[in-house]
Write a protein that binds this ligand. Structure first.
Ligand SMILES: [Zn+2]
Ligand SMILES: [Zn+2]
Length: 205
């Protein structure tokens, strides 16, 4: 940034200029994060430039403004995954440096997300059929809830987000571990197993 830009940013709390943050994950590609404001006095510190040489840089402490941000869940996830990708590329040393420098109190914002209104009957029926046994790994629920009921979660074999139906033929009860696995991996052979199991359970019931 030029000296004039630094000056404008340094005075942004009083000069009425709106500040918006863009992060750079790939050379010359800017990803919009949101409106920000200066949350502390700018200071100088030694930082390494692209070629690894130490130089004195101005640092402007910024925080993302609180309030409603019209970011879709997909956009937020895309932004998060770009950040994770960037973090994975950093050396242990610079990752630690960044982790130590990050703000202790995360900023908050409201996010608009799409929620599905699931049927309680379908979910309870799936759990009752399962009788406390995870329908993927066939192990008993790993713990009981505060009321002493084996803890399982219901999962839609074909995700609602992908057009799956909220019906008893598309809903299984899983242990939290297998449930997470279905959402992270969604392995085809696991899906096959679940479809088989739900069919068998349905025949027996
Ligand atoms: Zn399981
Ligand atoms: Zn699920």
């Amino acid at each position: 940034m030029s000296f004039a830009q630094n000056k404008t940013l340094a005075e942004s709390r009083t000069n009425g200029v709106g500040v918006h943050l863009f992060e750079v994950f790939i050379d010359k590609e800017y990803t919009y994060v949101g409106p920000v404001e200066l949350c502390g006095a700018p200071y100088q510190e030694p930082q390494r430039d692209e070629s690894g040489n130490s130089r004195l840089a101005y640092v402007f402490p910024l925080k993302v403004l609180t309030g409603t941000r019209a970011v879709s869940r997909e956009d937020q996830q895309a932004l998060d995954s770009l950040r994770v990708k960037k973090a994975k590329k950093l050396s242990d040393e610079s990752l630690k440096e960044r982790a130590e420098k990050s703000r202790k109190m995360p900023s908050t914002y409201q996010q608009l997300t799409m929620q599905y209104e699931r049927s309680v009957w379908v979910s309870e029926y799936a759990k009752r059929l399962a009788k406390g046994i995870c329908q993927l790994c066939l192990k008993p629920a790993p713990f009981e809830n505060a009321k002493g009921v084996p803890y399982l979660e219901t999962h839609h074999i074909v995700w609602l987000a992908k057009g799956g139906e909220d019906t008893i033929t598309n809903t299984v009860a899983l242990c939290p571990n297998c449930h997470k696995k279905m959402h992270v991996v969604d392995d085809k052979s696991d899906v096959e197993i679940l479809l088989q199991r739900i069919k068998q359970l349905g025949d027996v019931a």
